[in-house]
Design a protein around this ligand. Structure first.
Ligand code: FAD
Length: 461
C-alpha cells in the first residue's frame, strides 16, 4: 500500500524534542504528523535519562542495604546481605519506561497528533517517505521539524559488540559484570559506572584527560572523586584505551606502559554525535555548524520552514533543552513571537554525590561567590548527606549582586536545580533570595545561606 499524507507540520523523531514539539503543535491547532522509527520517548525515555535514573535509584537502595548488612546504621541492622536479581531490577526499570512510553502516546493522541511508526527518509526538504509495516507512506508538509537526536560515539579500535557495549546495552544487561571497565569519565560513564559499583561490580574507569567530568570545575568534582576512591572504583587518568583483548581492555597508562584491564564488559561512553545520517539530510540542503545542523535563535535551519531542535543542533545535548526548543518552534509555526534564548540551561550529573551547574561559573570576571557547606545543613545531616564534601555555591555580579550562576554538589542536590534556575532566569539578586523564607529543615535553606555568604552574613556557617 502506498499512501500520501499532506500536513501542516511534520516532526521527525519522537524524543523529548520531537514529541514535545508535536504535542505543542497539536495544542495550537496545527495539523501535525510525528514519525518515529523506534519508540516514542527517544533516547531520553527509552535508553537514557529515565532508565539510567531508575537503575541508579535501584543501585543506591541495594548498596544501602549491603552497607547496613555489613555494619548497622541508624540503629538498623540486617541479619543477612540483600540479594540482587538483576533481571528483576531491569524489569522494574522497563516497567517505568513502558509506562512513560504509553503516556507519551496518550498525550500525542489527546493533542490529535498523527503518529506514524517507521523510519523517515527525505527525498526533498518537505517530502518524507516512511517505511511502515503497512507499506510506504509519503508525507508532504508545509513545515518540517527535525528532531532526530543523537547516537553514541564509537571508537574505531573498540567497535560495539560482544562485551563492548554502549550506555543503551548497559541499561539492560542480563548479568551483572563482575568486572566492568568504563571508557570515558563524562557524566554518562560515571553515572552508570557508579551504579554498577553500587550493585557490586568491580569498576575501573579509563579517561584520556587528566580529570573526571572534565566539563565541571575541580572543586565541584572532588566529592565524586573521593566517593570513587572510597568505594574502590579504580581511576586511570591520562590513559588511552587501545582495543579489546581476550581477557579485557588494553590501555596505555599515563607513564607510557600498556596493561590489560580484565573486563566482563567494556562500557564505551566517550560522547554522543548528532544523528545526521540515514534520513536523507543530503537531499535537504541544510547548512551545518560543525557536526550539528545549523539553526538560528528561532531554531530555523538554512532552508525555509525547516526547523531543527535537540541533540541534532548542538550542545548542551540535554533533554530539557530539546523540549524547550520544541515548544518554541511549535509556537513560532503557530504565529507567536518566540526565540530560544535562555539565560541559563541547567546541567545535572546524577553521580554520587550529585552535581548541579547552572549559569556562570565561579571565577568569572566581576563576580563574587558565596559557598555554604552541606555539613552545616540540618536537613542534609538528617538524611545522612552531610559528610560527602557537598556544598552550594552562588556566583553573583559583584556590583549588582544579581545571581549569575549556581553550582552545587551533594546527595539529593539535583532537586534544588529548579530553585537555582528560576532565580537566575528571573534575574533575582542575592538580596531577593535572602528575603524569601525557606521551610526548615529543607535543602533549600542552603541556597539562602550561600546567598547570605555573598553578602557576608550567613547565619549557620
Ligand atoms: P532523541 O531523544 O535522541 O530522540 C530522537 C528520536 O528520533 C529517536 O527516538 C529516534 O528513533 C528518532 N529518529 C531519528 N531519526 C529518525 C528517522 N529518520 N525516522 C524516524 N525516527 C527517527 N539528558 C538529560 O537532560 N538528563 C539526563 O539525565 C540524561 N541522561 C542521559 C543518560 C544516558 C545514558 C543518555 C544516553 C542520554 C542522557 N541524556 C540526558 C541526554 C538525552 O537523552 C538527550 O539529550 C535527549 O534525548 C535528546 O532529545 P532529542 O529529542 O533531541 O533526541
Amino acid at each position: 500500500m502506498s499512501e500520501v499524507i499532506k500536513t501542516k507540520v511534520l516532526v521527525v523523531g519522537g524524543g523529548p524534542g520531537g514529541y514535545v514539539a508535536a504535542i505543542r503543535c497539536g495544542q495550537l491547532g496545527l495539523d501535525t504528523v510525528l514519525v518515529e522509527g523506534d519508540q516514542l520517548g527517544g533516547t531520553c525515555l527509552i535508553r537514557g535519562c529515565i532508565p539510567s535514573k531508575a537503575m541508579i535509584h535501584a543501585a543506591s537502595e541495594f548498596s544501602s542495604m549491603v552497607e547496613t548488612a555489613r555494619k548497622p546504621q541508624f540503629g538498623i541492622s540486617l541479619t543477612s546481605p540483600p540479594e540482587l536479581d538483576l533481571a528483576g531490577t531491569v524489569a522494574w526499570k522497563d516497567s517505568i519506561v513502558n509506562r512513560l512510553n504509553t503516556g507519551v502516546g496518550a498525550l500525542l493522541k489527546r493533542a490529535k497528533v498523527k503518529v506514524i511508526e517507521g523510519w523517515g527518509r527525505f527525498s526533498d526538504a518537505k517530502t518524507c517517505q516512511v517505511e511502515t509495516s503497512d507499506g510506504t507512506v509519503t508525507i508532504q508538509s508545509e513545515h518540517v521539524i527535525l528532531a532526530t537526536g543523537s547516537a553514541p560515539v564509537e571508537l574505531p579500535f573498540l567497535p560495539m559488540g560482544g562485551k563492548v557495549i554502549s550506555s543503551a546495552e548497559a541499561l539492560s544487561l542480563a548479568e551483572l559484570p563482575r568486572k566492568l571497565v568504563v571508557v570515558g569519565a563524562g557524566y554518562i560513564g560515571l553515572e552508570l559506572g557508579i551504579a554498577y559499583a553500587k550493585l557490586g561490580s568491580d569498576v575501573t574507569v579509563v579517561e584520556s584527560t587528566d580529570r573526571i567530568l572534565p566539563l565541571y570545575d575541580k572543586q565541584l568534582v572532588e566529592p565524586v572523586r573521593q566517593w570513587l576512591e572510597k568505594h574502590g572504583v579504580k581511576l586511570h587518568l591520562n590513559a588511552c584505551a587501545k582495543g579489546e583483548r581476550d581477557d579485557g581492555l588494553a590501555v596505555e597508562l599515563d607513564d607510557g606502559s600498556e596493561v590489560v584491564l580484565p573486563a566482563d564488559n567494556i562500557l564505551v561512553t566517550v560522547g554522543r554525535k548528532p544523528l545526521t545520517e540515514g534520513w536523507g539530510m543530503e537531499n535537504m540542503v541544510l547548512e551545518m555548524d560543525g557536526r550539528f545542523v545549523k539553526v538560528d535563535e528561532q531554531c530555523a535551519t538554512s532552508t525555509k520552514n525547516v526547523w531543527a531542535i535537540g541533540d541534532l543542533v548542538g550542545e548542551p545535548m540535554l533533554a530539557h533543552k530539546a523540549s524547550a526548543q520544541g515548544e518554541v518552534v511549535a509556537e513560532i509555526i503557530a504565529g507567536k513571537k518566540r526565540r530560544f534564548d535562555p539565560v541559563a540551561i541547567p546541567a545535572v550529573c546524577f553521580t554520587e554525590p550529585e552535581i548541579v551547574s547552572v549559569g556562570v561559573d565561579a571565577g568569572a570576571p566581576n563576580t563574587t561567590t558565596g559557598v555554604f557547606p552541606m555539613a552545616a545543613s540540618g536537613r542534609a545531616l538528617s538524611m545522612n548527606a552531610g559528610d560527602s564534601g557537598g556544598f552550594v555555591r552562588v556566583v553573583a555580579h559583584s556590583g549588582t549582586h544579581r545571581i549569575l550562576g549556581v553550582q552545587a554538589v551533594g546527595a539529593h542536590i539535583s532537586e534544588l536545580t529548579a530553585a537555582f534556575t528560576t532565580a537566575i532566569e528571573m534575574g533575582a539578586t542575592v538580596g531577593d533570595i535572602e528575603s524569601i523564607i525557606q521551610a526548615h529543615p529543607t535543602m533549600g535553606e542552603m541556597f539562602q545561606e550561600a546567598s547570605l555568604k555573598v553578602l557576608g552574613h550567613a547565619i549557620h556557617a
